[in-house]
Design a protein around this ligand. Structure first.
Ligand SMILES: Nc1ncnc2c1ncn2[C@@H]1O[C@H](COP(=O)(O)OP(=O)(O)OP(=O)(O)O)[C@@H](O)[C@H]1O
Length: 251
């Protein structure tokens, strides 16, 4: 039986995840419950090692939860056809994933691997601010910012409803980072794509998101509207985090 939940684009219910390291299960996510409404951008912030990337990886089944449930479009991820799920939920990493070959090959790849024929790759390039003239360039020869935009265009080519962004600007120089950020916001404006965006850059979180989820030690400590979080966080840990007192600390 297919399991449905509420109408959120993405929802986590009591999600628990451990990793088995050196004969021991290390708890990483300790009961995460939260939901992203369609079209919202959530900034997922928190100290290094708190479990942010692990939470993203559950959404398109790179890993599975030990307990609890993850829902995409109201349907348990375990009930999705995995190809459909990965088409619907795009994931972009910190370091752009670029394959050997041209920009065209790189953009077409996700769709081709999913068994589709594919036209108009230039449309997706233009959506990230790159000229169609680049289609026949070797992708490996592009700048860091251009590579990240090509990686983004490849994910956009599957027409995802949800974008998972894992520190997508942190490996770029400030100007390229700002460009990529602006193109992501442009995509949001155009497609109303729901986004769960991991960032260590608090100014970026303030600029881009509607909601902040603060994760500390595998728990969501705050789920707060962005402006409210940055003016008056709801918890003492939120306040300490904003003051920079928890950075680099594993709690
Ligand atoms: N496949 C794995 N096997 C074992 N441990 C893992 C695995 N993946 C992640 N971990 C551990 O889980 C913890 C949480 O990692 P995760 O990458 O989710 O944190 P994060 O909040 O995204 O950190 P950062 O901000 O530094 O990227 C870390 O201690 C990490 O070493």
């Amino acid at each position: 039986m297919v399991e449905h939940s509420e109408s959120a684009a993405l929802a986590f219910r009591d999600v628990v995840k451990s990793f088995y390291v050196k004969d021991t299960f290390i708890p990483i996510l300790k009961g995460v419950t939260a939901a992203v409404a369609p079209g919202d951008i959530v900034a997922l912030i928190g100290p290094s090692g708190s479990g942010k990337s692990t939470l993203l990886s559950l959404c398109n089944l790179l890993i599975t939860a030990d307990a609890g449930k993850v829902f995409v479009d109201g349907i348990n991820v375990l009930d999705w056809n995995i190809t459909e799920l990965r088409r619907k939920v795009g994931l972009v990493f910190q370091t752009p994933t670029i394959f050997p070959g041209t920009v065209r090959t790189n953009i077409e790849l996700a769709r081709v691997l999913q068994g589709d024929t594919f036209n108009q790759p230039e449309r997706y390039l233009q959506n990230v601010g790159l000229s169609a003239d680049l289609l026949d360039h070797e992708a490996s020869e592009l700048s860091g910012g251009q590579k990240q935009r090509v990686a983004l265009a490849r994910v956009l080519a599957t027409e995802p409803k949800v974008l998972l962004l894992d520190e997508v600007t942190s490996a770029l120089d400030p100007s390229a980072a700002r460009d990529v950020e602006e193109w992501i916001l442009h995509i949001h404006e155009k497609n109303k794509t729901t986004m769960l965006w991991v960032t260590h850059n608090l100014e970026q979180a303030l600029r881009v998101s509607h909601w902040v989820w603060l994760m500390i030690g595998g728990q969501l400590i705050e789920v707060t509207e962005t402006r409210q979080f940055f003016t008056s966080p709801q918890t003492e840990l939120g306040r300490l985090f904003l003051q920079g007192e928890l950075n680099g600390q594993r709690i």
